[in-house]
Design a binder for this molecule. Structure first.
Ligand SMILES: Nc1ncnc2c1ncn2[C@@H]1O[C@H](COP(=O)(O)OP(=O)(O)OP(=O)(O)O)[C@@H](O)[C@H]1O
Ligand SMILES: [Mg+2]
Length: 284
């Protein structure tokens, strides 16, 4: 697949930070599989990439290409059958508070705890804080950051989907993980809330410059949220290319450069599929 190699090589020159700094996360030739009674499913095949401090690193690919599986691997819930994942140089073996995950589902909060309670529970149980007072202070700082300061004593069932996702983001960020893992966190939101949440996430990032790996299958979302985008092929997921996107925001949507990048990414995702279709025998 020389086209794939060319695209990856082209992108390799666009990460100036890469040469100077050590990666926070190094995913090195990772194959992840699921074993069921009847099947062995290869979800990702020899995937490699590096994430650097303050990257907004987006993993983009079609449904079933192994994006969530990769995040599960990074989180330490799944072990590679080939290759290695290293966080700050240490091989990932188990889950740990140095990696926090935000999921797509709205029901990821503890329903019997308030907004404040959800965050302090994570801080105390994740070993980040020793006392309730310390946990509340940190929790409040992040509740404010996600603009929920009037809702700290509210229970999850009284919050909208977007508000629940803000709590999940605040809870993950309060742990100050080395890398924040976000698996399509805005996918279940309506278009307006989704856009607002993307903007808020970028503002938060401006504020604290955390390192985030953000999974999506929306090209537009990838270009808005990402500083770098890893493009994956359909099942089993392999790396097709990596591109820079740090210059684009909501203000650019529809603009010439934005559309050109979207088009380029679209072509990279669908290039092989189009070729396959063209070579299929024609039935009449
Ligand atoms: N628990 C599991 N057991 C067996 N196979 C699984 C399991 N979870 C995922 N898979 C398979 O692994 C492959 C990758 O799945 P994964 O959920 O990582 O894809 P994805 O890129 O996140 O897709 P989506 O965009 O739909 O969320 C798919 O073929 C899927 O069927
Ligand atoms: Mg998924």
């Amino acid at each position: 697949m020389s086209a794939t190699k060319d695209l990856t090589t082209e992108a390799a020159g666009v990460t100036p930070a890469a040469a100077a700094v050590e990666p926070v996360l190094d995913v090195d030739g990772v194959t992840l599989q699921y074993k069921t009674k009847e099947h062995l499913i290869t979800a990702t095949y020899r995937v490699s990439f590096q994430t650097y401090p303050a990257d907004r690193f987006v993993i983009l690919g079609p449904s079933g290409c192994g994006k969530s599986t990769l995040l599960k691997g990074i989180a330490g819930y799944l072990h590679p059958v080939e290759g290695e994942m290293r966080l700050k140089g240490n091989v990932i073996k188990d889950p740990g508070p140095d990696r926090c995950m935000v999921f797509q589902e709205f029901d990821q909060l503890l329903p019997w705890k308030t907004v404040m309670g959800n965050i302090t529970f994570a801080l105390l149980n994740g070993g980040k804080c020793e006392t309730q007072a310390e946990a509340r202070e940190i929790a409040y700082e992040y509740i404010r950051k996600v603009k929920l300061d009037r809702f700290e004593d509210t229970f999850p069932h009284m919050l909208s989907g977007g508000m629940k996702q803000r709590v999940a983001i605040a809870r993950a960020m309060a742990m100050e993980p080395d890398v924040l893992l976000m698996d399509e966190p805005f996918a279940a939101l309506d278009a307006l809330t989704r856009r607002q949440m993307q903007e808020e996430l970028l503002q938060l990032w401006d504020d604290t410059r955390f390192t985030v790996i953000f999974v999506t299958h929306s090209i537009e979302e990838a270009v808005i949220v990402g500083s770098r985008i890893l493009i994956m092929s359909p099942h089993p997921g392999q790396v097709k290319a990596e591109v820079n996107a740090h210059l684009h925001t909501h203000d650019d949507v529809g603009g010439e450069d934005f559309r050109a990048l979207q088009g380029r990414i679209h072509d990279m995702i669908f290039a092989d599929r189009v070729l396959e279709e063209e070579t299929q025998p024609q039935h009449v």
